[in-house]
Write a protein that binds this ligand. Structure first.
Ligand code: FE2
Ligand code: FE2
Length: 165
């Protein structure tokens, strides 16, 4: 059987900085009772964003979707440390990883911009990568089953009380 070629997404997964940032998030959230920013969340966002992309009129490269989803919260630990918005921190940290994984300058701009704006309401309706990442991120959270929902500071209308299909 032919060996599967390593993808740029695999290169992100194997990158020591990706693993380091994930571990920093894990340590920073060890006692956290609300939603975490771990590999489960990254993959939930990737799968949902992938489906949204498939349903769009003008689908973009699957690798962009996965790269953005895997890296969008990679700098969450920085926000715990010094208050920097984690969308900014994650976008900045993503750049080196994307470059090392082999993405072009143009792709790095597209993916890191989507990460930078993943919490910005202005991209909510956007048809491109920023909008898909924003919506997939929000809809990945299972507020309808969450025991901490009443104490979570997300605005009511942002929370998911139904399962979008
Ligand atoms: Fe986030
Ligand atoms: Fe997120």
């Amino acid at each position: 059987m032919k060996e599967r070629q390593e993808s740029r997404i695999d290169r992100i997964l194997q990158h020591e900085l990706f693993r380091y940032h994930l571990e920093e998030n894990r340590k920073a959230e060890a006692e956290r009772v609300f939603c975490r920013h771990d590999m489960n969340h990254f993959l939930d966002v990737a799968r949902i964003a992938h489906l949204m992309n498939l349903e769009s009129d003008n689908p973009m490269k699957k690798e962009w979707i996965y790269a953005a989803a895997l890296l969008h919260d990679i700098g969450r630990f920085v926000q715990y440390e010094d208050g920097t918005d984690h969308a900014e921190a994650s976008a900045d940290l993503a750049m080196d990883l994307l470059e090392d994984a082999g993405f072009t300058g143009k792709e790095i701009r597209i993916i890191s911009d989507a990460i930078r704006y993943h919490r910005d309401k202005r991209v909510k309706e956007d048809k491109g990568l920023p909008g898909i990442l924003y919506r997939a991120d929000k809809s990945s959270r299972r507020c309808y089953l969450c025991p901490m929902e009443a104490r979570c500071d997300w605005k009511k209308k942002k929370k998911n009380f139904t399962l979008e299909i």
